[in-house]
Design a protein. Structure first.
Ligand code: PMT
Length: 401
């Protein structure tokens, strides 16, 4: 079933009688897993109080474009960037007209222009207003510009008229919102993703590891599920909840990770190695805690197996996608790994920039494959994961043609 886990939804409420249904809509969106922030137009505040929607969403409601205090908290551009989806319900005839004209004369229309997220409208108005050619023309313009629509429904209206123009039921709107994220691009495909760090034991209480948080790998698992894939995460030790509908196998060391991945390979269509696997492990693991002694001690390290290269070289290898975490000559090293490890695709990640590497919220990457490349500009790891999954699905499809 489609869901909205890990999705940020900005719910815009404009001034129509159906605004009272937005209270129920907030709950429906939350039940599907969304984090919801509400923007209300002045007209909406005449029909329902911001306090109601604040209490339900658990967040301050945004009402003014030119509010210095609100801008200090989360300004209109941040709100536009935060959104994975802008949903406007109800969308009145006036709001549709302002959107179609590209106006930015209040907070809601400004965010609608400033966001790169998908925009979903749930129109609600009197049936005659809906049938008016001006509204039809506005709806056509908005559809052409990529706005999605849900409803309106047909039936008895608050004004006593009967016909099209009633806002769809909140459950149907929430389902349409969730449906926008389930692409079905990888329906029926089996995807295995490695994530997080590995821990290489030194003795019973110490280990070697790195700063990977697992955020990028877990975001990929979410994107794979949303694309309809049967998804397994092989994760090193991280503090993250498992995305819904994902099978998760926890491991500690590189050798554990390799064992699990090899067992999964025969039933895997796409293998994505996002884990920061330790290249070396201590050559010997002390049976007891190593005691403090000499001023200097030497640690002998043994090379770990390369999980990704091993899988890429296996008989009937799946479509393999690696990551290259680099601090210099990022693209050159990434292309080298693409070729040397025999991969189908590699994601070059410049981890010298702390805003887009280990344990950051955002990422920016360049994706390379044999005869192509694509830059993905800085965005949340969730957004990068969705774009990556689209590219992977496309190249995977092309490789099987
Ligand atoms: O987890 P986050 O905090 O969200 O951070 C995300 C990330 C920075 C860890 C991620 O975006 C990333 O870049 N992951 C790859 C980290 C890495 O180990 O890169 P590498 O260039 O050392 O390795 C190249 C590839 O080989 C990687 O796909 C890696 O998973 C794989 N590998 C490496 C060594 C090894 N022994 N086995 C492997 O499979």
């Amino acid at each position: 079933m489609a869901h909205l886990f890990n999705r940020n939804v900005v719910l815009g409420v404009s001034g129509g009688i159906a605004a009272y249904k937005s209270a129920e809509l907030v709950r429906q969106l939350q039940e599907l897993g969304a984090d919801v922030r509400v923007i209300m137009t002045r007209g909406a505040c005449e029909f329902i109080t911001p306090l109601t929607l604040q209490a339900l969403s658990g967040r301050p409601v945004h009402t003014e474009l030119l509010d210095a205090e609100a801008e200090l908290g989360m300004g209109h551009i941040e709100l536009a960037r935060w959104a994975d989806l802008l949903l406007i319900a109800p969308a009145t005839a006036d709001l549709l007209a302002r959107l179609a004209a590209g106006r930015a004369d209040d907070l809601l229309t400004t965010v609608a222009l400033a966001t790169a997220a998908p925009r979903l409208l749930a129109p609600a108005m009197n049936q005659q207003m809906w049938r008016d050619p001006a509204t039809s023309a506005n709806v056509a313009v908005l559809a052409e510009r990529g706005f999605h629509m849900v409803g309106p429904a047909d039936g008895e209206q608050a004004c006593g008229d009967v016909g099209p123009g009633r806002m769809e039921q909140p459950a149907a709107i929430a389902a349409a919102a969730a449906g926008l994220f389930s692409s079905g691009l990888l329906a029926g495909k089996r995807v295995v993703i490695t994530a997080g760090p590995t821990r290489e034991a030194l003795d019973p209480v110490r280990y070697l590891s790195n700063h990977s948080s697992g955020k990028m790998g877990f975001a990929l698992a979410q994107a794979a599920v949303d694309a309809g894939a049967q998804t397994t995460l092989v994760s090193g030790p991280v503090e993250l909840p498992t995305p819904d509908h994902v099978r998760r196998l926890n491991v500690q060391s590189a050798q554990d990770m390799l064992r699990e991945c090899l067992a999964l390979t025969p039933a895997c269509d796409i293998f994505i190695a996002c884990a920061a696997v330790a290249d070396y492990r201590p050559a010997d693991v002390a049976g007891q805690k190593i005691k403090k002694g000499d001023e200097r001690i030497t640690l002998e390290l043994q090379r770990n197996p390369d999980i990704l290269a091993t899988i890429a070289a296996s008989a009937a290898a799946p479509f393999t996608v690696g990551f290259a975490a680099e601090t210099t000559d990022v693209l050159t090293y990434a292309r080298g790994k693409l070729e040397n490890k025999g991969l189908d695709m590699i994601v070059a990640n410049d981890v010298s920039d702390s805003a887009i590497g280990f344990n950051s919220e955002n990422n920016a990457v360049t994706v390379l494959w044999r005869n192509g490349s694509r830059e993905l500009e800085q965005a949340s790891k969730a957004a990068i994961a969705r774009e990556l999954m689209e590219l992977i699905a496309k190249e995977f499809g092309a490789s099987r043609d």
